[in-house]
Write a protein that binds this ligand. Structure first.
Ligand code: CDP
Ligand code: CDP
Length: 205
């Protein structure tokens, strides 16, 4: 079975958490496409060369989840040749046998415009920055909350305002605002449209 779930949204909206839950529930493979841009961003040198020669080792670096890697990712992500170099890998992952969940910024709009289900996960900037700050240790974090908030807002603006594949919901995306949702509630809100699309397909078949 070929079945793609496209999950987009701004930083720390809950895309990764929701994607992993959808993949586990339905037995789909999951690709965190942000990791591709993070790996290019931290590799250094010419970003286009880096994107054309990404290895499994680059994708397994322990420093990929840092705030700095997120900023580096969003700087290389504005380069059209970098995006083009990563496109085919993502498209073929999406159409692999057995179903796939991809999360990122442009999955429903550019990478998989024909995805069977598109979700756009969002939350207020303050809620999202608080989540990132808590991940960094909260009061023990190396940065104050205000600095994390400023970085989140800066990265969102760069992602929304770039010319090539800007962050925006696809016209047919289901919008899920997780600002006031627990993780369990957010996951339930995401599983429902996927389950509905799968059962609609089963009825047709
Ligand atoms: O992938 P993305 O950056 O969109 O977000 P994530 O890594 O899934 O979630 C960011 C953080 O928010 C994680 O620590 C989640 O546990 C947390 N989270 C939450 O507190 N409430 C939600 N409804 C979703 C995620
Ligand atoms: O987890 P979080 O939402 O903080 O970030 P991420 O998904 O790992 O993405 C890091 C950065 O990579 C984003 O801020 C975007 O600039 C870029 N990105 C992109 O341009 N297109 C994607 N499909 C995924 C990520």
């Amino acid at each position: 079975m070929i079945f793609t779930v496209a999950i987009d949204g701004p930083a720390a909206a809950g895309k990764g958490t929701i994607s992993r839950a959808v993949a586990a529930e339905f037995g789909f493979a999951h690709l965190d496409t942000g990791a591709l841009y993070r790996a290019v961003g931290v590799k250094g040198g010419d970003p286009i060369e880096a994107a054309l020669s990404l290895t499994a080792g680059d994708l397994n670096r322990p420093d990929l989840r840092s705030l700095e890697a997120g900023q580096a990712a969003s700087r290389v992500a504005v380069i059209p040749e970098v995006r083009a170099a990563l496109l085919e890998f993502q498209r073929s992952f999406a159409r692999r046998e057995g179903g796939a969940v991809l999360d990122g910024r442009d999955i429903g709009t550019v990478i998989c415009p024909g995805a069977e289900v598109k979700l756009f996960i969002t939350a207020s900037a303050a809620v999202r920055a608080r989540r990132r700050w808590l991940e960094l240790g909260g009061e023990a974090a190396p940065k104050p909350f205000e600095a994390v908030l400023a970085e989140v807002i800066e990265r969102d603006e760069r992602d929304m305002n770039r010319t090539d594949a800007p962050l925006k919901p696809a016209k047919d995306a289901v919008l899920i605002d997780t600002s006031a949702l627990s993780i369990g509630e957010a996951i339930a809100a995401a599983l429902a449209p996927v389950a509905a699309a799968l059962s609609a397909r089963a009825t047709q078949a």
